[in-house]
Design a binder for this molecule. Structure first.
Ligand code: ATP
Length: 346
């Protein structure tokens, strides 16, 4: 069904990460993050949140219109992160404009700072990336010359976005005493030879990697997991459903499970059969037994100001239909999600 649908995104959507199962378009679904067109802040909606582990179940409900301060959300990101994340990073975070936590940040960060493994399950654009980056930055020792955190992503594009945010937050402080931490983008299609030398000469504190490139470095023993304190698997649903990537990711998780003092974090907008997934993670020892599933779900999954349309068409004429749609909607800008990174002349 999805392969015959076209989605038009005429007004409010800007692309954040092209990687998951949310917007059915052309042959492969894509993913949208929603931003207000002028403020560029993510569009939020009311949400329910649930934090679950198999030992204890806690239900909380938050009804928050946006992440602007209200009586219930006066808590700032600084309040949550103080004592865990270094001051210069908190300062940078605020300079960038990350002042008030989103729902997932408010729910997940206190648990993450206790060292527990977590499954971050919240809609796209909800702020999962910043959540796990703040955890990573709370654990990194910039004085140590070793890889201390690895973020696994399914696509190069997502890897570039995560790297960009990590570098913005982790950059060298203006205070000469405070060393920044380095972030390597180890992504498919990158310059592996250069990365090999870099990894050998001066290992970066954080590596953001696609599965194939990471496995290559691990197999060649250029990168080792022993020094890694936290492993994040972003878009875990996508990785586990990808025939090429699922096997290597499982292998990676199994190797990481033998590392001492590890913390593992999964992030995704959708985790089908999440109870089964949590159970599997514990069974396979990919996570510790007290892993927490933190689910923040939007009551209104899509802001009302967005208009979704779809057109059913055959495989052969999808390009013509797409062109006709673009002509009829005449959007100022548009994003087209495609299945493969092969450029064709429309
Ligand atoms: N606390 C915050 N305050 C303001 N903006 C935020 C905050 N947290 C995240 N953002 C912004 O919201 C946008 C979406 O955040 P992010 O990419 O982290 O979402 P995500 O949940 O990781 O999405 P995805 O499911 O696509 O991975 C980004 O532009 C990010 O800079």
């Amino acid at each position: 069904m999805a392969s015959h649908q076209l989605l038009s995104v005429p007004h409010f959507c800007l692309l954040s990460k092209v990687s998951s199962f949310h917007a059915p378009l052309l042959s492969t679904p894509g993913k949208l993050s929603l931003f207000h067109p002028t403020t560029c802040s993510p569009l939020q909606s009311s949400s329910t949140s649930r934090i679950t582990n198999l030992q204890a179940v806690t239900n909380t409900r938050s009804e928050i219109e946006s992440n602007a301060p209200t009586e219930t959300t006066a808590l700032t990101l600084r309040n949550i992160c103080q004592g865990f994340v270094p001051e210069h990073i908190l300062h940078r975070m605020e300079e960038i404009g990350f002042v008030f936590p989103t729902d997932i940040q408010r729910e997940a960060l206190p648990t993450l700072f206790t060292g527990r493994d977590c499954i971050l399950h919240a809609q796209t654009g909800s702020g999962k990336t910043l959540t796990y980056l703040l955890l990573i930055l709370s654990l990194i020792n910039p004085q140590r010359s070793s890889v201390q955190a690895v973020v696994v992503v399914p696509t190069r594009e997502l890897g570039m976005q995560v790297t960009k945010v990590a570098r913005m937050l982790a950059a060298k402080s203006t205070d000469a005493e405070v060393k920044g931490c380095t972030v390597m983008a180890l992504l498919d299609g990158g310059m592996l030879r250069r990365h090999k030398s870099w990894l050998k000469a001066e290992p970066p504190a954080i590596v953001v990697a696609t599965v194939a490139s990471l496995c290559h470095m691990l197999e060649k023993h250029i990168l080792r997991l022993d020094s890694v304190k936290v492993l994040v698997v972003d878009e875990v649903d996508f990785l586990f459903y990808s025939s090429k990537q699922a096997g290597p990711v499982r292998k990676l998780l199994t190797s990481f499970s033998s590392c001492d003092k590890r913390q593992t974090v999964f992030a995704s907008a959708s985790i089908p059969q999440h109870k089964h997934f949590v159970h599997d993670c514990m069974q396979q020892k990919w996570t510790k037994r007290d892993v927490v599933h933190i689910h923040v779900s939007a009551i209104t999954p899509m802001p009302l100001c967005l208009l979704h349309k779809f057109v059913v068409c055959g495989k052969k004429n999808k390009h013509q239909v797409l062109l006709a749609l673009l002509e009829s909607d005449a959007p100022e800008s548009a994003i087209i999600f495609v299945g493969e990174q092969v450029f064709e002349n429309l």
